[in-house]
Design a protein around this ligand. Sequence first.
Ligand code: NAD
Length: 256
Amino acid sequence: MRLEGKVAIITGGASGIGRATVEKFVREGAKVLIADISLERAQQASDEIAATGAAGATAACQVDVSVFTEVEAMVAKAVEVFGKLDVIFNNAGIAGGKPLLDHDPSVDYEPMIRVDQDGVYYGILAAGRQFRDQGTPGVIISTSSIYGEQAAELSFTYSAAKAAVISFTRSAAYELAQFGIRAVAITPGRVGTAIINQFSDELKATFAAEQMRNKMTEPSEIADVVAFLASDEANAINGTVVHVDDGYSSFKQRLD
Ligand code: NAD
């Protein structure tokens, strides 16, 4: 019950890492607003989790994180339903990519920047204002990626957006510490979710082999780390990146 009494928003909470994190937070006693572009899947997740009889509570909310007014409305909804906000997990994201010189900027750059980069900025801004106005401590956790710290095949735009998430985190921690707000970014490696499952079995085997345990990370393993970071036990972790990549970054360095 590490998160008992805390209210959290989890974006992209209907699926994958977000969904596993909702389940973990609720088991730890939190009240969670499951925010996703699909209200239907967010509501389904909320209903399924409620049926487990877990300690906390959930509600569902439709949001397109690439639209600031929707992100502001999401924060207002969490406060309306649960009375306050303590944690935001800016996790919604899309992946994919083309070789750089094949890019059409309106297809291969702008939409992904709007979701993966602007969406995190909007979450930090809207939740940061709420924490400041409440006058209570707040935690901002945002999902970057191993690709936020390195170049990779077909990842020009994704890497840019995920690098911005790390920079936002550092700057937010620096500026918002005066309000008792912490910010942390996580960099998952290869996690068994819909984003990865779209690839061929051969590519998935390569991805698995690049991690120390020769398998994909489970979404629940990321969720365990996010729950710790959201808790008061992580109060000394601020403005930094927590690598949850099963050794990928070290292993790649060893290969190089
Ligand atoms: P996923 O596809 O299972 O979940 C992503 C969720 O985000 C979905 O429920 C989707 O509906 C939602 N979403 C997409 N666009 C949205 C928008 N505009 N507004 C609101 N919600 C939106 O994938 P996942 O692997 O759980 O991804 C979660 C995060 O983890 C993403 O930011 C992704 O980039 C990051 N990540 C994933 C991996 C991996 O290997 N799976 C690795 C590193 C980082």
